[in-house]
Each structure stands twice: as C-alpha cells, then as structure tokens.
Design a protein around this ligand. Sequence first.
Ligand code: CO
Length: 134
Amino acid sequence: MIGRLNHVAIAVPDLEAAARQYRDLLGATVSEPVDLPDHGVTTIFVETGNSKIELLHPLGEDSPIARFLERNPAGGVHHLCFEVEDIIAARDRLAGEGARILGDGQPKTGAHGKPILFLHPKDFSGVLIEIEEA
Ligand code: CO
C-alpha cells in the first residue's frame, strides 16, 4: 500500500542554522522557509535526490513542535512521511486494522498542498507516521 518515502521530518531549535548545515556543509538544495499556520510550523525542505528532509520549527503559541523541542532541546526526528495513492482508502484500511488516526480522522492539507493524515506513534514502533496522497 505505501509508496515512496516522501520525507523525513526533523524538528530543529534553530531553523536558519539547520538550513545552513544542509546547504553549506552538505551541499544540498534548500528551500525558503514556509509558514504553515494551520499546523503550527515553519518548514524548510531539503532536496536529497531520492527523498526530502523537512526541517520543522514552531510557529505560533500552540505548536506541537514546541512541545517536542521541550522534550528534545537539540532537535530530533519528528516523523516519516510515506506517499499513498488514495488517502481515504489508506485511512479506512489502516483504521480497519486497528491503527489509530490522529485528530478527527479527516485529511488536512499538508506542506505540499496535498491531503495528509498522521498515524499514532504507539502503533508504529514509537515513530509518528504521516501519509500523503501523491
Ligand atoms: Co511532514
């Protein structure tokens, strides 16, 4: 069911410093920062050729990334995103197998303007999983 790894998301305490590391130290192509107020994050995407890295920084008062950074002050891997062909079919199949869908179960619009959902980390070896209709 799952397609390619779309991105690995890393929460970072300093977005500019993290972007500089990927751009200047690793020589990657790095996007401009994009604010996503609906998700409480500012994102920068790093192109890696076969996938992407999503750098995440808190935006606004009630950001889920702020809580993550309180527990992980140096930053850390926040989630993995896999592509699916049909997000509703994927959701229904996963829920049918007992996986917990976060939020109200309705897809939101993600960083690429496509529908996304998040799956509970306790059902996936402690890792938060995002699925994105691609
Ligand atoms: Co993501």
